[in-house]
Ligand binder design. Structure first.
Ligand code: 3HC
Length: 692
């Protein structure tokens, strides 16, 4: 008998508890346990009502994702749900926490569902590249109608208790502890006050218009994803008799399970959690109850906004009154936007503005802050000056962080007498929205200071990734390398709009040239100037972006860059073609045609090559850390899992062969990292490195 499920006979109620921490995932033991407990309760003459609850924080959060990809173990969850539904005695479920996926499917197999007011219900299977595979696509439409079920299953969104009640997923809402509610509601069943029924015996009514609308919505929102469309296929077949509908669901579920998208999305799910496992994880973070921000530009204002959302009081320092006005306007805009999007209540918004935010032009006003984040422009001398001043002005226990995107944290730390309390906290723009936070660890950063960076990340609802010191840390260092290949392909003959389109078809939200226009072409221009002195002679020159900038065209903010935005729509900038042509002539290049697949191969291989060097150099702890940086900071398509998960789908040998082929054109750029060569030789993978 499994101890992840228990059965208690309480009067004439059989109470089954699922107890499989942390989230009561429906592992093989839970599945077998549920079948056994239902059978025991049915054969106990003292029992007339059966109730299922979850111990701890949730009913159950669904199938055990760690079992995916392994040999399936009987009974399958769909059989468990059908077994519960077939129970001769009525079975009720009391739902709390996050009742998701297979957890909700277990509940739908029961004969009535009662939710606590705070419960959240949903089918997140699409976020793992699959469809509900235990009857969800067949039973939910019988309760909610085809249109509603297709919408919430294909989107994976969560429903509140009120919405779940309105959509028929819940039969009642009751406040209290699941155990007490279960006994109380079992009595209501006995008294005839709570009706019970088998959902699978209800009819689903055909609604072709709703299905067409759901398909169109998914095609618009997620055109590249397989699973959302398969969810709708399955829901559309819920008018079949239940057994036939379940068979159809299994078929579609198996199809999705076999896709690379599913594997990529599961990798992404675990990646977000794996990055929290750092050497400093057991350290006690230092208390951070107040934040100082130096610099009120886009980054400083975004960081301040993010902290305010999390309830941290912020003092923001700018050089002068104009700077403060700009910061005040930016933060007010960010907060108002959050209210508009329903992310922040009006009351909280008002309270933040009334008491949590202070502005100053005097660094001395940061004297009592627990943590100060510097977010001024990228100039080492300016940063050194600020850190030296902060070191004398701030209380001895204060931590000092730089939001630099590239610069050496060790040099910055050396300007202070507290290098153990200095670290990099690299946010991504817009900092109140983007989830990535690189926690940059200097040579002397103390372990508990690193842990504090991670604790802050969690509090700000960021995904924190540990990074070592180098130019650009993890993300921008890799970007600095692979972005060049897009320029090379453009010079060699691919139009920039073709490159953007090829990479958008691959899954990036935006191609690299559209991104450059959005970020501001002047930023790359400044970086190129900064690094010009150290640029190796063998590295190719592509002057196109510089020529565009020389016209004062910096992208969206000036209405023109690679694209022209003046008509209100994005169109190719015809003047760039002339610049391109002149640059090709100057370099003696006859443009060649590129296949879209070639564009993707070169771009991704360049990304993987530099990512491998980042692992070799110990800048990222593991390949999964690189994947997470790209998923949360660079719009990498989640269904591809991240650059190094994607690399494993190609194999190191194929990657090395490509690079050697392209090295015949440009030996400087296409240098094969030693680690990749070793992996090609011994057949190992980045996944092996993650496990190690
Ligand atoms: N299976 C296995 N492990 C799971 C899990 C699951 N379904 N859900 C969460 N976990 C693990 C996490 O990996 C984490 O492990 P770690 O501590 O070793 O890193 C631990 O449980 C705690 O999870 P979180 O850190 O995510 O805790 P939160 O409180 O932040 O979030 C949650 C809880 C909302 C339940 C979130 O974990 C979640 O969204 N889980 C996934 C839910 C899901 O996708 N369910 C559907 C599964 S597919 C399915 O059911 C198929 C069916 O139709 C046949």
């Amino acid at each position: 008998m499994s101890d992840v499920t228990t059965l208690e006979i309480l009067g004439s109620t059989a109470l089954i508890t699922v107890d499989n921490p942390p989230v009561n995932a429906a592992s093989a033991a839970v599945r077998q346990g549920l079948v056994n407990r239902i059978d025991e309760a049915n054969s106990n003459d003292a029992v007339d009502v059966i109730a299922i609850i979850g111990a701890g924080r949730t009913f159950t959060a669904g199938a055990d994702i760690r079992e995916f990809g392994k040999t399936p173990v009987e009974p399958m969850l769909t059989e468990v749900c059908s077994h519960i539904e077939a129970s001769a005695k009525p079975v009720i479920a009391v739902l709390h926490g996050t009742t998701l996926g297979g957890g909700l499917e277990i509940a739908l197999g029961c004969h009535a569902r009662i939710g606590v007011p705070t419960v959240q219900l949903g089918f997140p299977e699409v976020s793992l590249g699959i469809i509900p595979g235990a009857g969800g696509t067949q039973r939910a439409p019988r309760l909610s109608g085809m249109g509603a079920a297709a919408e919430y299953i294909a989107s994976g969104r969560r429903l509140s208790s009120d919405e779940a009640l309105a959509k028929g997923l819940l039969d009642a809402i009751a406040d209290g502890e699941p155990r007490a509610i279960a006994l109380d509601q079992a009595e209501r069943v006995r008294q005839g006050d709570l009706a019970t029924r088998r959902v699978g015996e209800l009819d689903a009514s055909l609604d072709p218009d709703a299905i067409t609308a759901a398909r169109a919505a998914v095609a618009k929102r997620a055109p590249l994803l397989v699973a959302p469309q398969r969810c709708i296929d399955a829901v559309a077949d819920s008018t079949l008799e239940l057994s036939a509908g379940l068979a159809r669901e299994r078929e579609l579920f198996a199809e999705c399970m076999a896709t690379d998208q599913h594997k990529g999305l599961v990798h992404a799910f675990f990646a977000e959690r794996a990055v929290q496992k750092i050497p400093e994880a057991s350290e006690t973070p230092r208390p951070i109850e107040s934040l100082g921000v130096v610099g009120g530009g886009t980054m400083g204002s975004g960081i301040a906004t993010s902290a305010l959302f999390a309830g941290l009081p912020v003092t923001l320092v700018e050089m002068n009154a104009d700077g403060l006005d700009r910061a005040r306007t930016a933060i007010a805009g960010n907060l108002a936007g959050a209210v508009k999007r329903g992310k922040l209540s009006q009351d909280k918004h008002d309270a933040i503005l009334a008491s949590a935010l202070t502005f100053s032009t005097d660094l001395a006003d940061l004297a009592e802050s627990d943590l100060v984040i510097e977010a001024v422009f990228e100039d080492m001398d300016v940063k050194k000056d600020i850190f030296a001043k902060l070191d004398t002005l701030c209380k001895p226990t204060a931590l000092l962080a730089s939001n630099t995107s590239y610069l050496d944290i060790n040099v910055i730390a050396a300007c202070t007498n507290r290098p153990t309390q200095v670290l990099g906290l690299h946010f991504f723009s817009p900092a109140h929205i983007m989830r990535l936070l690189e926690v940059v660890v200097g040579d002397q950063t103390a372990p508990d200071v690193v842990a504090t960076g991670f604790a802050l990340g969690k509090r700000l609802r960021k995904v924190a990734v540990r990074a070592g010191v180098c130019d650009g840390f993890i993300g921008n260092r890799i970007l600095g390398h692979f972005r060049k290949v897009a320029d090379y392909m453009m010079l060699d003959g691919a139009h920039y709009s073709q490159i953007d389109a090829a990479l958008e078809d691959f899954g990036f939200a935006m191609g690299p040239f559209a991104v450059s226009d959005l970020a501001g072409l002047d930023i790359g221009w400044a970086t190129r100037k900064r690094l010009a002195a150290t640029k190796p002679a063998a590295e190719r020159d592509v002057g196109v972006s510089d020529r565009i900038c020389e016209n004062g065209w910096f992208g969206r903010k000036t209405q023109r860059g690679f694209y022209d935005y003046r008509s209100g729509k994005k169109a190719a900038n015809p003047d760039v073609d002339a610049i391109l042509e002149a640059e090709r002539q100057a370099a003696g290049i006859t443009p060649a045609a590129f296949e879209n697949s070639d564009i993707v191969d070169r771009y991704m291989t360049a990304m993987i090559a530099e990512a491998t060097r980042v692992i070799e150099d110990g800048i990222a702890l593991r390949p999964v850390d690189v994947d997470t940086v790209f998923l949360f900071g660079y719009g990498f398509p989640r269904q591809r899992g991240g650059p190094l998960h994607y690399a494993d789908t190609l194999g190191a040998a194929a990657l090395v062969a490509r690079m050697e082929r392209w090295a015949e054109e440009d030996a400087h750029y296409w240098q094969v990292p030693a680690l990749l060569r070793k992996m090609a030789a011994d057949g190992s993978t980045f996944a092996d490195l993650n496990r190690a």
